[in-house]
Design a binder for this molecule. Structure first.
Ligand SMILES: [Zn+2]
Length: 215
């Protein structure tokens, strides 16, 4: 009797050990258990966002904020000198202006609801509504301080942002006028992004368009 049961007992033990091993594996995969095998931990990164994702997620009605963005993996080395326009294609709707409030900005437009991309690798250092009602986003790194106005911004203060990462969508929020000088408040006009670039190396504002073309 005992002689005949032995092979079965062996099988049961092996099976039980196998199930226990699988169970612990699943527990660890789910993050309920943590085994330290001595190997460095692999960071869990979110999938990158495609450039068009924000546009697709934007509701047809104007003024509606877009949904939360997936975190974009950061480049290994954060190059502070590289700068790019917030849009791949755009029209300049107003040349250099803003000297009265210490800007040397331009207004550019890629169309209502177009995704605005971060011009630099850096960090969101400010996000506020200024005294004229303009949503104001400030992005900074060691080289540049960039101010963007009027958009529906989807990032928050302290966010690390990668060059090209979607940071909001083009809108007409704040002190925006139509070509005849009439306010676009509560009206479907004046969509653009005001961009000012301060070069910390030079200690002054620089012409954004010249900078974009020089890259
Ligand atoms: Zn402007």
């Amino acid at each position: 009797m005992n002689e005949r049961r032995r092979p079965l007992d062996g099988l049961v033990i092996v099976g039980t050990l196998f199930l226990a091993f699988m169970f612990l594996n699943v527990m660890e995969d789910q993050g309920w258990l943590k085994f330290d095998w001595g190997a460095p931990e692999k960071p869990r990164q979110a999938a990158p966002v495609e450039a068009g994702a924000v546009d697709a997620a934007l509701p047809a009605s104007r003024g509606a904020p877009v949904g939360d963005l997936v975190e974009v993996p950061q480049p290994a080395a954060l190059d502070a000198d590289t700068i790019a326009a917030p849009y791949e294609r755009f029209a300049v709707t107003q040349g250099i202006h803003g000297a009265e409030y210490d800007h040397m900005a331009i207004d550019i437009s890629a169309g209502k609801g177009a995704a605005i991309h971060s011009p630099i690798n850096g960090e969101v250092t400010a996000l506020f509504i200024d005294e004229w009602g303009n949503p104001s986003l400030i992005l900074e790194n060691a080289r540049y301080k960039i101010e963007l106005l009027h958009g529906l911004f989807t990032v928050q203060i302290g966010d690390r942002i990668a060059l090209g990462q979607p940071i909001g969508t083009e809108s007409n929020q704040g002190n925006v006028a139509d070509p005849w000088g009439f306010s676009c408040r509560e009206r479907d006009c004046g969509y653009h992004t005001h961009i000012n670039v301060f070069d910390k190396n030079l200690g002054r504002n620089v012409d954004p368009l010249e900078l974009f073309h020089s890259q």
